[in-house]
Design a protein around this ligand. Structure first.
Ligand SMILES: [Fe+2]
Length: 138
């Protein structure tokens, strides 16, 4: 199910929050493009965009975690790598099977639902550390 972006997903780190919101929008575009059957290229482009966007976004997060000496960096990076595996598998299945409601739902689970869960369970951990650092600077 498409969910609207919500302030509940904010970490309080403006650069990363903006990227999460754009990531969310890219997930919705991918869902729409699969359902509207905007041709093979529309779906391919939406996946390619999400892939590129995730690369940039994860690089921002990883730099941020490194800056704050986040001890869970490696485990967090493995979750990012798993995201790409799921996205690549989806791209393959779309190529083989063609667009369907089932694959649109899977795209949403991989991108939107994954992101919501990832923000709440994982990104919150480095955000808490960064916010604690910010608090101790004052
Ligand atoms: Fe992350």
């Amino acid at each position: 199910m498409l969910k609207a972006w919500s302030d509940a997903y904010r970490l309080g780190i403006p650069e990363i929050d903006q990227q999460h919101q754009a990531f969310f929008e890219a997930a919705h575009r991918l869902y729409d493009q699969i359902l509207n059957c905007e041709g093979e290229h529309g779906v391919e482009d939406a996946i390619a965009f999400l892939h590129r966007y995730a690369e940039q976004h994860f690089a921002t997060e990883e730099a941020f975690m490194r800056l704050h000496g986040f001890p869970g960096l490696e485990a967090h990076n493995r979750l990012h790598a798993a995201f790409f595996e799921s996205l690549d598998q989806l791209a393959y299945d779309l190529e083989v099977c063609g667009p369907s409601q089932h694959l649109a739902d899977r795209a949403l689970a991989i991108a939107q639902d994954w992101l919501i869960e990832h923000i709440g369970d994982e990104d919150m951990l480095y955000a808490a550390l960064a916010n604690a650092h910010a608090g101790s600077d004052t």
